[in-house]
Each structure stands twice: as C-alpha cells, then as structure tokens.
Design a binder for this molecule. Structure first.
Ligand code: ADP
Ligand code: TRP
Length: 323
C-alpha cells in the first residue's frame, strides 16, 4: 500500500507540527511504500526569498531524518527533483473544472480578504493532485485543513479515468491525522507560525528553557489549588510524560502549594530529555551534507521510477504517446 504525504518547507518545525503530523508520518513508515516529500514547488506560492527556500528545503529534510524518518524504510525526496510532477500537472489541468478550484479554501480565503491571488495559488490543488496521483498513492495522511485537497485529487483522477475510459489513475483516500487535541502555543492559543507563539522542535536547551518559562498562565498565587486541565503547561507536559508522571503532577496542581514555575521546570526537563537525542542526530546529519544529498538523490530516483510509469500510462491514455 502506497502512503504519501508532503511537507511545505516554509520554516522551522514546532511542537504542533510534530505531535499533530510528523510523528504520525514516521509511525507509518512500515515499508518502502511510504513516500514523503518536501513540497518546494508549493512553497513558491508563498515564499519568495530564494536563499530562504534553499535553506528551508535542507532544514525540512534534516528535521525529518533527525526525528526518525528512516530512508531505508521510507522514501524521502524533494518535489522539484521529480520533473514528471509538472508534466502530469498539465494533463490534470485539462480535466479540472474551474468551479472545482473556485471552491477551494486557500483561494477563497485570499479573495475574501481582498489579497492578491496568482494562478499558482489558484491551481495549487492540481499540483497537489499530481503529487498524489503520480505515485498511485492510496493513503494520504493529512491534517484536517488538507482533506478538501485530497478530495479534489480524487475528483480529478475520476474525471481523467472517465474521459479516457480506463483505470489509469488510482483514487486516493485521506487519512486524517489525529490533531483533535490542538497543541497550545506559548500564549495559550493554538500553536501556529502565524500566531508567533511556537516552540521550535530543535530549540537548544537554553532558549528552550526561556520559552517554557515565558508560557502564559493565570495569576493564581502559589498556595492556590489549581486545575491541571485548564492549564496549557499541563497540556504540553502530557505530550512527554508517562501516565504515572502525569498523575503525579496533576495531584500537585490539585493540592495547592505549587507555583506555575515548578510545573514549567518539570515541563522543561521532560521536553528537553525527549528532544535531546533528535537534536544530537540533527547536528550529526547537518555536519555531513554529502550523506543528505545521497539520501535525497536516492529518494528522488525511487520516486521517479514509480512516477515515470504512471506518467507514461497517462500519456498513452490521452494520445500524447503511441499505444
Ligand atoms: P502552522 O499553523 O504553524 O502554519 P502548518 O499549517 O504548516 O502549521 O501545519 C502543518 C501540520 O502540522 C498541520 O496539517 C497539522 O496537522 C499540524 N499542526 C500544526 N499546528 C498544530 C497544532 N497546534 N496542534 C496540532 N497539530 C498541528
Ligand atoms: N498542501 C500541503 C500542506 O500545505 C502539502 C502537500 C503538498 C501535500 N502536496 C501534498 C500533502 C500531497 C499531502 C499530499 O500542508
């Protein structure tokens, strides 16, 4: 079974990205059928600084590998290293109705906010459909905001198959990630790059402690009895602690006599211990760019080998190449 997902290289990953998405991608790398790619062509719709894009592409690959993506069990590649993507995008464009794209949120939101939208943003779901369909993907793990795009991909595949009368493209299904418990950020709202309230995954020890110590809390005094379930420090602590550790800290909240500073210290220790090995792995990988380039080149070769077959099938289907 082919599992595929893409990550936009638009900045450093934060705890929300990890617990809401990346951790689950990595758990699905049960065999070499899992494909994960860095969606740099997509990033061009919002990121217009070439040096930043170059850096973010490398960072995204290092992050995924440091977090446990194993290139022997999954295929990791950069989207633009597979030129077949843009060729399939054009074929798909010719079966995509304008009305389908006009319904898509990313575009609709921009128009509603009177922001300029370019054709890249408008047709972004077709590029995403090509990402999915080029590899005969069956399962596409995504956050709830991306379900609509997977449905568009399914719709486009159906139209292509219907127009050319055959099963040329596999119909994909979204597998919605369990991000129901939104991870709170440093101000208590959902953690997000757009809200400037993130804690980055690979934060070094000192800045990590500083960020955690600055988490917003209510102003209850030390002696007050506190409710752990209303406190984002505790919500974050649960991500790292065993059930026993969680119960112990919850009991201290409820007993009174514990200030938030102490809870923050416990959160810091748990988070720091959790991410320290990945930080170390990331340092090692970053010091060895040749290995990273090899992993990405291998990944692109594997992805292209699959993609070229599917594209060839589609070109025969629509008459661009001989039967
Ligand atoms: P941001 O909101 O920082 O721009 P993205 O939209 O790029 O993050 O998120 C990529 C994926 O990470 C999302 O599809 C979602 O699954 C996950 N994610 C992001 N923020 C959170 C959060 N606060 N809680 C849970 N999951 C999150
Ligand atoms: N659009 C996705 C996002 O913004 C990233 C993405 C691009 C993707 N192509 C994909 C996800 C294909 C899954 C499958 O998060």
């Amino acid at each position: 079974m082919r599992v595929l997902s893409g990550i936009q290289p638009t900045g450093r990953l934060h705890w929300g990205n990890y617990f809401g998405a990346i951790r689950q991608y990595i758990a699905m790398q049960t065999n070499e059928q899992a494909f994960y790619f860095i969606a740099d062509l997509h990033a061009l719709t919002t990121l217009h600084d070439p040096d930043k894009l170059r850096q973010h592409r490398i960072d995204a690959a290092l992050d995924m590998l440091a977090l446990g993506l194993d290139p022997n069990r999954a295929t990791l590649f950069v989207q633009s290293d597979v030129p077949e993507i843009t060729e399939l995008t054009w074929l798909l464009m010719t079966v995509t109705q304008m009305a389908l794209l006009e319904k898509c949120h990313a575009y609709k939101d921009k128009i509603a906010n009177k922001l300029p939208a370019d054709a890249g943003l408008f047709t972004y779901p077709v590029l995403m459909a090509a990402d999915i369909l080029l590899y005969d993907s069956q399962v596409v793990p995504v956050g709830s905001d991306q379900i609509q795009h997977v449905e568009v991909a399914r719709d486009i595949a159906q139209r292509f198959n219907h127009r050319y009368q055959g099963d040329f493209l596999v119909l994909p299904e979204a597998s919605v990630l369990n991000d129901a418990g939104k991870i709170p950020g440093t101000n208590g709202d959902k953690m997000s790059k757009s809200y400037n309230n993130t804690i980055e995954l690979f934060e070094e020890e000192k800045p990590l402690r500083k960020k955690i110590m600055s988490l917003k809390t209510d102003s209850a005094p030390v002696e007050a009895v506190k409710d752990p379930d209303q406190c984002s420090i505790f919500t974050l602590y649960k991500l790292f602690a065993t059930p026993e550790q969680q119960a112990a800290l919850a009991a201290r909240y409820r007993a009174g006599g514990m200030g938030y500073g102490e809870a923050k210290q416990q959160l810091f220790e748990a988070a720091n211990a959790h991410f320290a090995p990945a930080r170390e792995r990331r340092r090692e990988l970053a010091a060895d760019p040749a290995t990273l380039q090899n992993i990405l080149r291998d990944g692109a070769n594997r992805a292209r080998a699959v993609g070229q077959k599917v594209l060839a099938r589609c070109k025969v289907a629509c008459g661009l190449s001989a039967k």
